[in-house]
Design a protein around this ligand. Structure first.
Ligand SMILES: Cc1cc2nc3c(=O)[nH]c(=O)nc-3n(C[C@H](O)[C@H](O)[C@H](O)COP(=O)(O)O)c2cc1C
Length: 444
């Protein structure tokens, strides 16, 4: 696959004119030099009469014709490509973009040329006219859409032919009101980027990339999103080429998909406001200890939270709750569940978080395992306790879910100390390898 292009004919002619009257020292090239990206940039800048470091000892006369010119630059790029420090195969690439007035389109074309990529133009079903785009006119279509939180631009199609075959997807858009133009939203939401590198890029008059890439990554929910880049209308082919060459487009295996299911009586007490000595304040929100732990785990893994909710209403006063739980347990009551996991197939790992009650799991967690078949998935318990640690829950769960892979090294913390568990949770998540594409260890 071609990763670099020769400079365009026009640039080449220009550069030939720039051929050095003042080539510093024209060392003969012995063909054994290993050129780096820095050499390429140096020579490029030199040919464009830009500032460079001292190049007097450089051996940039690759064709030994007594001067540095655009032909040396081409040869240097070629040698660099051949050298071992450049990834051999970055896979197949797609450049998908929306451009209202052509600026993003030009950058997209440059990226596609550089990457030898295919192009997909994200096209609104109803194109934006220049009147529609008048963002300073309060009556215009873009202003009306910008003010509408439910806005949504219908696209001609979101289906890219042969989508599965792409390893890298660049997504380009103009910045509208400091954010990605919403025209790309449906494309991002409706395609599955699992196993692909996704690289956002934008053009704008003055605004930076900002959080536009991160927000699209959240919208997509899949893919290995790299840090993006903002270009201006004056950005050159070389600016684009330099950026593209700096990207790490090695293959990233899709990471785990994690569900963090938790049970806490504080969300099942039958009242809206919660007040109890066992309720914690975590990041400004009142919640039960198990919910604090679930939140920490979700933050560290990038997993999705799911609250196991019951028809039963639990008292929050400690002694009353203890009696209630004992009665439920002694009588083998399985409380009815009122919440439901919507898309169980998509999760590989299910981390189940709960408080230990009477040396075992709350009956609501038994109901949870009764309700779902976790065959083929990895299940890990995480508990808050008052002295019982995991309380044998891994083997209990293994009995309830014989076809799941239940891990014995779950996480456990004293309920009284849960607020301070963040670092331990982070270490545990790392040790267990539970990071996902959206975990804290990601690029953004
Ligand atoms: C509706 C609208 C909103 C815009 N908002 C911004 C903005 O917030 N910041 C900025 O720098 N440029 C803004 N611009 C300018 C565009 O981002 C810029 O011209 C861009 O390069 C156009 O890309 P395109 O030609 O591919 O559509 C806006 C343009 C439009 C039409």
């Amino acid at each position: 696959m071609k990763k670099f292009t020769l400079l365009t004919a026009a640039t080449a002619i220009f550069m030939t004119f720039c051929t050095m009257a003042g080539t510093p020292s024209v060392n003969a090239n012995n063909g054994e030099q290993n050129y780096t990206k820095e050499d390429i940039v140096n020579l490029q800048n030199f040919l464009l009469a830009r500032e460079t470091p001292d190049l007097s000892d450089k051996d940039y006369d690759l064709n030994n014709d007594g001067r540095w010119d655009v032909f040396d630059l081409c040869l240097m790029k070629h040698e660099f490509l051949e050298s071992s420090d450049f990834p051999e195969d970055t896979g197949k690439t797609l450049v998908a973009y929306y451009s209202a007035t052509g600026t993003t389109e030009r950058i997209a074309d440059d990226i596609a040329e550089e990457m030898n990529a295919d192009i997909f133009v994200i096209t609104p079903a109803e194109e934006y006219t220049s009147a529609d785009l008048s963002w300073t006119n309060p009556e215009s279509r873009v202003v009306a859409e910008h003010n509408d939180p439910e806005r949504h631009t219908e696209l001609v199609t979101m289906d890219v032919p042969d989508w599965e075959s792409y390893d890298n997807v660049f997504i380009g858009y103009p910045i509208w009101w400091q954010e990605a133009s919403w025209v790309v939203d449906d494309f991002v939401k409706n395609n599955d980027f699992t196993g692909k590198n996704v690289i956002p890029f934008c053009t704008s008059s003055s605004s930076p990339l900002g959080e536009s890439g991160t927000k699209l990554a959240e919208m997509a929910g899949t893919g290995n999103w790299l840090e993006g880049m903002r270009f201006r209308s004056s950005s050159s082919v070389n600016d684009v080429a330099e950026w593209v060459q700096s990207l790490d487009l090695t293959k990233h295996e899709p990471k785990n998909s994690v569900l963090v299911a938790y049970f806490t009586p504080a969300e099942n007490d039958g009242v809206d406001a919660i007040s109890s000595a066992t309720v914690k304040n975590y990041q400004g929100t009142e919640m039960g200890a198990a919910q604090v732990l679930a939140n920490m785990i979700a933050e560290q893994t990038g997993g999705e939270l799911f609250s196991i909710k019951t028809e039963a209403e639990y008292p929050l006063e400690y002694n009353e709750l203890a009696d209630y739980a004992k009665n439920e347990q002694d009588n083998g009551i399985l409380p009815e569940l009122t919440s439901q996991i919507s898309n169980l197939e998509k999760y590989d790992i299910v981390i189940v978080v709960f408080p230990v009650w009477w040396y075992t799991m709350p009956q609501a967690v038994y109901s949870f395992f009764d309700a779902y078949d976790f065959s083929g998935k990895t299940i890990v318990p995480a508990t808050t306790h008052a002295g019982s640690y995991l309380s044998g829950s891994p083997s209990t769960i293994a009995e309830l879910e014989p076809n799941a892979n239940v891990l014995s090294n779950g996480f456990t913390v004293a309920a009284s100390n849960v607020e301070n568990a963040k670092e331990d949770v982070a270490e545990w998540v790392k040790e267990m390898g539970f990071e996902t594409e959206f975990s804290n260890s990601m690029i953004f």
